[in-house]
Design a protein around this ligand. Structure first.
Ligand code: BG6
Length: 493
């Protein structure tokens, strides 16, 4: 792998330092950056949380809970010790503005005003505003300070605006890094390379050649002990408002003039603004929500959603399918089918670009036998790109046609470890590069589209459609696409 470019030494303060995100994602990501030699000697990581831990017990926690998320073959004892040496812990109740903990943080941080100082808010979004106020009140926001906020940013359009206002009172927009970890995924960035570093596809990338687009983020896991959060959230807030809409933006946006933060984000914003609102009676027609029941995923029996969260009732959706439309010149009339769900048959995220049929068939074959081209961009697992084409069956016997595919597997092509999204994104924060982060207007435009769908679901008496864990979601999702004479990709295989 190419040598990772170095970044300046930094102080990173992680609020929610003993939470799931910090333990499963952030600390392993930082270990990998250490292993690649990207962390300069003066770099320090200070975790904060309410628990009564000290530096040693926090390091023991990291050993027990973060280390298992590092593959054995990538583990190096010496690097790990060097990494642990950078870790510190401060007990701090982030919700309490008055306490001395904030002064303790002052003492732990490098006083140099030039040193990059990152406040990573891996907490619930209600704390984003109060933490920022306390940081400012304690004089911790230096010129080189920046803040990272995790999704979900708010619960609905109004709360998102309020959080953005509160954070914006303390940090200028270019110092606010709103993470959507999908943008840090290698294959998601590859989507931009595919479109804008190759001349081949762009001339075909429009309503004249493309019949429809499918974006699927399927998970086989359930709510994984996050029931309390998830039941208030649901799949639309948890996945669609951010990850799926970001993917849609990258597929649908116009070529930006440069790969720079504002050029890219301006184009993404235009896509969000072009989304046709789904409101009122359209919600029932254009969306499907589901909730899983007990079943079996890859041969393993799993409980239903209600049992997993410790009992119902609950109308929270664990599956969503939406037929979205973009009202602009490039995409008018091209449906974008989005779907995501938990406890589906397999973990599989992909974008399918379905091209149109050939305009005229010259072979003595029934039209249905010539499948239109399909480009499948596989985000995870088995990252790669597959182009489905028609080919002649070898041998005599006339012009018999059969689908065949061109297959680019990134693992085979590059033979390298795929870094976790957080590794890239954390280093971008240190460098001060917000290209792969969401700008305020993007987040609010995404909420403006999802808000009315949530409102409509909130008003209806209809329950989410049940689906059996281990399948592909409610049958109504197949109907949503089938109504247009189309099928989901796994049904087309
Ligand atoms: C998170 C959601 O943002 O993304 C989770 O909160 C979901 O519910 C996760 O499981 C999926 O991320 P990935 O990287 O595993 O596809």
């Amino acid at each position: 792998m190419a040598q990772a470019p170095s970044v300046p030494a930094f102080d990173l303060v992680v609020f929610g330092g003993n939470g799931d995100l910090a333990l499963r994602k952030l600390m392993p990501a930082l270990y990998h950056r250490e292993r690649d030699g990207q962390l300069e000697p003066g770099t320090r990581i200070i975790a904060t949380a309410r628990s009564a831990l000290d530096r040693d017990s926090y390091r023991a926690l990291i050993e027990a809970r973060a280390r298992p998320h590092i593959a054995e073959r990538e583990f190096d004892g010496e690097v790990w010790r060097r990494f642990l040496d950078r870790l510190d812990y401060l007990r701090l109740d982030a919700a309490d503005a008055s306490q001395p903990g904030w002064m303790g943080l002052h003492e732990r941080l490098d006083p140099s005003v030039e040193k990059v100082r990152i406040f990573y808010l891996a907490t619930s979004p209600e704390l984003f505003g109060p933490i920022c106020r306390s940081l400012k009140g304690s004089g911790l926001v230096t010129a080189a300070a920046r803040v990272v906020v995790e999704k979900p940013i708010g619960h609905d359009p109004a709360s998102a605006r309020e959080i953005n206002d509160q954070v914006g009172l303390v940090f200028a927009e270019e110092r606010i890094f709103r993470i959507d970890h999908y943008l840090g995924k290698e294959t998601v960035q590859n989507l931009m390379a595919l479109r804008f570093a190759n001349a081949l596809f762009e001339p075909l990338w429009h309503r004249g050649e493309i019949d429809h687009v499918q974006i699927t983020v399927a998970e086989s896991i359930g709510v994984e002990g996050r029931g309390a959060y998830y039941d208030r959230s649901g799949a639309l807030r948890d996945m669609v408002q951010n990850h799926l809409l970001q993917l849609l933006c990258l597929v649908a946006m116009e070529p930006p003039v440069a790969f720079s933060a504002d050029a890219v984000r301006d184009e993404k914003l235009k896509v969000l603004q072009a989304l046709r609102p789904v409101t009122g009676a359209d919600v029932a027609r254009e969306t499907v929500r589901g909730q899983y029941r007990a079943g079996a995923v890859q041969g393993q029996a799993v409980p239903g959603y209600l049992e997993e969260i410790g009992g119902g009732p609950s109308a929270t959706e664990t599956y969503v399918a939406i037929r979205a439309a973009l009202d602009n010149w490039r995409w008018a009339g091209v449906p974008f089918y989005l779907r995501t769900g938990k406890r589906l048959q397999e973990r599989s995220s992909e974008i399918v670009i379905q091209f149109r049929h050939v305009p005229h068939l010259i072979f003595p074959t029934a039209e249905g036998d010539v499948a239109p081209n399909r480009l499948v961009i596989r985000l995870q697992p088995d990252e790669g790109i597959r182009l489905h084409m028609m080919a002649k069956v070898p041998g005599p016997g006339g012009m018999r046609l059969k689908p065949a595919s061109l297959n680019l597997s990134f693992a085979e092509a590059f033979n390298t470890r795929y870094p976790d999204a957080y590794e890239r994104l954390l280093m971008d924060v240190v460098r001060g590069n917000p290209t792969l982060f969401m700008r305020r207007d993007e987040v609010e435009a995404a909420w403006a589209w999802t808000g009315p769908i949530l409102d409509s679901w909130g008003q209806t008496q209809d329950e989410p459609k049940p689906y059996i864990a281990g399948g592909w979601g409610p049958t109504a999702a197949a109907t949503l696409v089938g109504r247009d004479g189309r099928a989901w990709h796994e049904d087309m295989r």
